[in-house]
Design a protein around this ligand. Structure first.
Ligand SMILES: [Zn+2]
Length: 256
């Protein structure tokens, strides 16, 4: 049996194990969420040091254990330095990280896609010129993560009548996860109205490659981005409620 393995992973959370050691919850490229013990991390002469800080991407060598693996070596790939100097960037990166903690359980088969998306989003937030730019990265992350996890937001056709929505005005249901046309909403009564320009913007954020900067990226305002972020966040909160509860149980097990 092979007891050592190498993977790339991003630190998402850490828990105290005892006076000297910590458990690091990471998202890895090869096997999704993993936990590793960072031995002696609380001692000043620790070899792992700042590499085990939250929101750092490392290439790791781990020793397989019965219940938990031990981190033998870490080499930093990216510490997203500019995020650590900016409150907004730190909050948005923590949000991204929290989503991966909540969504990550059972995502092993998609771990490479999720890891790449997580890395790109954290990197784009770190290097964002302003808050709008950082929000765009988070919106792309929200939409693409939902797509990978099978909770994609419906932006083309009305969730009731399944017709393409071509009117300027439509409605968005966070409960149902998509758009509702004006006619259907007369009986449904969803309160959140949505302009087609917002819908088109979200469509572009979902469809284009993460790194592709379209006209939509350039023309968006911070206000529009904030509206889209809030709308997606509400949908995510409704659909991850169950997952968040199981993540909480995991945390309690780890810290017990
Ligand atoms: Zn309809």
């Amino acid at each position: 049996m092979k007891s050592n393995y190498v993977t790339e992973a991003i630190n998402l959370k850490s828990y105290n194990l005892n006076d000297a050691d910590k458990i690091i919850l990471m998202y890895s490229k090869d096997s999704g969420l993993i936990k590793g013990v960072a031995k002696g991390i609380k001692k000043p002469q620790s070899k792992l040091g700042a590499r085990m800080d939250l929101l750092v991407a490392n290439t790791l060598q781990l020793l397989k254990g019965r219940s938990m693996d031990t981190i033998l070596q870490a080499q930093t790939v990216n510490n997203f330095r500019k995020t650590r100097e900016d409150f907004d960037k730190l909050m948005l990166s923590s949000y991204i990280s929290e989503l991966v903690v909540n969504f990550g359980e059972g995502s092993e088969s998609a771990s490479k896609d999720i890891y790449d998306l997580l890395y790109k989003a954290l990197n784009r937030v770190a290097n964002a010129a302003d808050k709008k730019d950082a929000l765009i990265a988070v919106i792309k992350f929200q939409l693409k993560l939902l797509l990978i996890m099978g909770f994609c937001v419906e932006l083309d056709t009305c969730l009731c009548c399944r017709e393409r929505v071509l009117d300027e005005e439509m409605f968005f249901s966070s409960q149902m996860g998509g758009i509702i046309c004006k006619e259907c909403n007369e009986t449904l009564g969803v309160r959140l109205s949505m302009h087609y320009k917002i819908r088109d913007f979200l469509q572009a954020m979902l469809q284009f490659d993460f790194d592709y900067e379209s006209d939509y990226d350039r023309k968006a305002t911070e206000k529009v981005c904030q509206v889209c972020f809030d709308l997606l966040d509400e949908y995510i909160k409704i659909h991850t409620n169950k997952r968040q509860k199981s993540a909480k149980v995991l945390k309690e097990l780890v810290t017990a």
